[in-house]
Design a protein around this ligand. Structure first.
Ligand code: F3S
Length: 380
């Protein structure tokens, strides 16, 4: 591939992988079973990104392994009704077309593990969306570095990735031991813990004692740690299959007081013009919970539940979508509140129940944020 025997696109991709391997001291390449590629929203990649993708597709780039996409900048079926500007939509469709030409599945989700893409323990993959990376490494026990969009695309085209970092067992060791002295009742509480720990551990690996999160709660906690820090792997004693803590690990305690203070600090809006959830993308069980809440009291403001197209289709089939939409919710597929062009759609202060989104909504979307558990924000 490096010598161009399999075409120019693969040659260019392999040059990048070899350069990365040299930088990080990889001894060799390793075959991977899947790639998840970020850099899909036109808002984040712009014209330069679109040009690059078109170029690679025109050079004949075709993926070697099952490969799928992160959220795009809009719901591909209801963008018009949602008020996405037409010029943006046109470019977004071109981005998706370029990826599709290369054989990449346009799943457009940050939770591929909710639609049956669940690599097994020890399986090597190249995923790039930070919360998906965290879930794959920590909850599923797969092995991936936190790839950038371009490096994940190169890995998809070549079917390999340089063997370094979290692909090596000896690097999967926690350097921070976390005890949580607080009452964690739901996913938002876990995401506040994630924000605090991510800030503290930065690029390191935390290990938690004394908590028993379920998959949804880990999804939220991992996403927050990957946003306030760059955590790509964590352990939870008795929950994750891996538990490997350095004898020199620093010990910290997260208290209820710290959590309450952070929550108050993040809140900088009194009311919301849009209610959002599904960061990371929502599961069927989260939709069931939402349907029940809305049946008790419908929402009046626009309420986006961000999710994958597959989960939406499943919810439509089972009648769950109708129960939510009848009471004011909108199932928004393929995109999310962060990578959609909220700032161009007239929104200024969304409410959100996810710690991760509170990091990016102010910076990437110029929004003020109302933050709390779903029951605290739904009717604000
Ligand atoms: Fe997913 Fe968007 Fe949140 S990509 S993790 S829903 S910021």
């Amino acid at each position: 591939m490096l010598h161009g025997k399999e075409g120019e696109a693969k040659q260019k991709a392999m040059e990048i992988l070899v350069a990365l391997g040299r930088i990080y001291g990889a001894s060799r390449m390793i075959r991977i079973s899947s790639a998840q590629i970020a850099g899909v929203s036109y808002k984040t990649i712009g014209d330069a990104g679109l040009e690059y993708l078109r170029h690679m597709a025109a050079l004949g780039g075709r993926v070697e392994i099952p490969s799928f996409l992160n959220p795009a900048g809009m719901d591909t079926e209801q963008w018009e009704a949602m008020g996405v500007p037409e010029d943006f939509a046109k470019k977004q469709i071109e981005v998706l077309d370029a990826y599709a030409t290369m054989g990449i599945r346009t799943t457009c989700t940050c939770t591929p593990y909710l639609i049956g893409i669940r690599p097994k323990e020890g399986e090597h993959i190249a995923w790039s969306e930070s919360s998906a990376v965290s879930f794959a490494n920590s909850v599923l026990g797969a092995r991936t570095n936190r790839e950038g969009g371009p490096s994940a695309l190169c890995a998809a085209l070549c079917g390999v990735t340089p063997m370094y970092g979290l692909h090596l067992k000896e690097n999967r060791v926690a350097n921070l031991l976390v005890h949580v002295d607080a009452n964690l009742e739901n996913k938002t509480d876990y995401s506040i813990v994630g924000l605090l720990v991510g800030k503290k551990v930065k690029k390191g690996i935390p290990a938690f004692k004394g908590i028993k999160p379920n998959e949804t709660q880990m999804k939220y906690m991992g996403a927050a740690m990957a946003a306030s820090g760059s955590v790509a792997l964590y352990f939870v004693e008795g929950v994750t299959s891996e538990w490997n803590v350095s004898p020199d690990a620093e010990k910290i305690t997260i208290t209820q007081k710290e959590m309450d203070e952070l929550k108050a600090k993040i809140n900088d809006a009194d009311s919301a013009d849009l209610i959002t959830t599904g960061c990371p993308h929502a599961s069927i069980s989260e939709l069931e919970e939402i349907a029940e809440m809305l049946e008790k009291k419908p929402v009046k403001k626009p309420f986006w539940i961000c999710l994958s197209r597959n989960i939406k289709d499943e919810a439509v089939k089972s009648g769950l979508a109708a129960r939510i939409e009848k009471n004011g919710g909108t199932l928004v597929a393929d995109t999310c509140m962060v990578v959609a062009p909220l700032e161009r759609m007239g929104f200024k202060s969304p409410a959100i129940d996810s710690g991760k989104a509170t990091v990016y909504l102010p910076t990437m979307c110029r929004q003020k944020v109302l933050f709390g558990r779903l029951e605290e924000i739904l009717w604000k």
